[in-house]
Design a protein around this ligand. Structure first.
Ligand code: PLP
Length: 409
């Protein structure tokens, strides 16, 4: 199958770069993959997609990989868009959906990006990769690196959720707990580049994780029969999810597969414990400043400085969306409330999105009859420390008290 990549492009200045070499940053900023969309339009139609397997790789013409044989896969499936009528009603909406990315390999949407990044890295001859992680990226990188037969180094803050620590180690990654934040971990990866000879898989420091995450937008569009919702609510850490979806929508509009007249309003959600993007949005800045003393139970949001900050803010503004931070202390309450209402294993990052929707419906920014989609970016089960709640116990040597059992919450 032909490949439709024409070139790479510096996101900060539009400079054209070679797509046949492995790439990292350009002027310390992200690089984007560009395609010959005219040729893609001539090569495939939405109808023709229907016959393909239900996985992220079905959007082949809009993806950067060379050969099917290169693909490193753990069986990524299409994730369901689940209607949430009870939650909708609680939030003052007629309709609300959750696209449940927790069903992907390693339990988070990070598998999309890392499947693509590892596929490309191996194709370009990389044998050793390294990355800083807030948690789930490390787990996904470790798994896909193992799948690809690559050596993987993971650096994470020492209070990263224990499941993320263990899943990296289990998959054979050389895993390190660092007494700093994710940006400190990022520095280690940068510093080791010469000596260790590894390829840096950090968020947006190579162009391909973004292309993997772009498939969230492609998939959403196809699942909605090429008519996108009014509002997309997305938790933001490094921003690849939001930037990737926005890139997907631009490409689909250029192909004429979706209308270019009305895009979804992109809502970037952070926690008050780490809100560099929401702060920059409020101040009308294009670049964000390092957020001091970053802390949040939603570990995926604990990214105090993002190399793609301007791309997140551009997408939010171009879409007519907004960026906001919700109160850190309320995240676990929102999580419990949402999981009880719908049974979907919502991670704390996506619980922040539920809180944001509550805020935006009560302010009138989201109208009752609008179609709203929240992304559940990861599985609640990966956050055992945060979830811990005392359970009622039963002593089998005593008679059973059915009334007490019925009243237990
Ligand atoms: C990484 C992560 C995020 C943040 O994603 P970005 O696209 O990097 O902003 C949100 N939620 C979870 C569960 C994550 O693992």
């Amino acid at each position: 199958m032909p490949r439709f990549v024409t070139h790479l492009e510096g996101a900060i200045d539009g400079e054209r770069l070679d797509a046949d070499k492995i790439a990292s940053l350009h002027r310390d900023r992200p690089i984007l993959v560009r395609y010959d969309l005219e040729a893609v339009r001539a090569a495939v139609t939405p109808d023709q997609l229907r016959a393909r397997p239900w996985s992220m790789w079905r959007y082949r013409e809009l993806l950067p990989y060379f050969d099917d044989a290169d693909v490193v896969s753990l069986g990524e499936s299409i994730t369901p868009i689940l209607p949430c009528p009870r939650l909708a009603s609680d939030l003052g909406l007629d309709r609300l959906w959750i696209k449940d990315e927790s069903q992907l390999p390693t339990g988070s949407f990070k598998s999309r990006g890392l499947a693509m990044a590892i596929t490309m890295a191996r194709r370009f001859g990389v044998q050793r990769v390294a990355l800083p992680t807030a948690g789930n990226a490390g787990g996904a990188a470790a798994a896909y690196a193992a799948r690809a037969g690559l050596e993987c180094y993971v650096f994470m803050p020492e209070d990263t959720p224990i499941i993320n620590q263990l899943e990296c180690k289990l998959a054979g990654a050389k895993t390190f707990l660092v007494n700093g934040l994710i940006n400190d971990c990022g520095k280690i990866v940068r510093q080791g580049q010469q000596t260790m000879g590894w390829f840096d898989l950090s968020t947006l420091k190579e162009p391909y994780r973004l292309e993997g995450k772009k498939t969230m937008g492609l998939e959403l569009a196809e699942q909605c029969n090429w008519k996108l919702p009014d509002v997309i609510v997305y938790p933001t850490g490094g921003g690849t999810g939001l930037i990737g979806m926005w890139k997907a929508f631009q490409e689909l509009a250029a192909l004429g597969w979706i209308s270019s007249e009305k895009f979804p309003r992109m809502v970037s959600v952070q926690s008050s414990g780490c809100a560099p993007i929401a702060t920059a949005y409020d101040k009308n800045e294009r670049f964000a400043e390092l957020f001091p003393n970053a802390h949040t139970v939603a570990s995926g949001l604990r990214v105090p400085v993002a190399v793609g900050d301007f791309l997140i803010l551009d997408a939010v503004r171009q879409s007519g969306g907004t960026a906001l931070a919700v109160a850190e202390e309320t995240l676990l309450d929102w999580q419990r409330m949402a999981v009880r209402q719908e049974g979907i294993a919502l991670c704390p990052e996506s619980a922040a999105c539920v809180a944001a929707v509550a805020q935006l419906t009560s302010s009138g920014w989201i109208g009752r009859s609008e179609d709203v989609v929240i992304f559940n970016t990861g599985a609640a089960q990966k956050y055992v420390e945060a979830m811990q709640a005392p359970l009622a116990s039963l002593d089998i040597s005593l008679p059973l008290d059915w009334e007490k059992i019925a009243k237990t919450t």
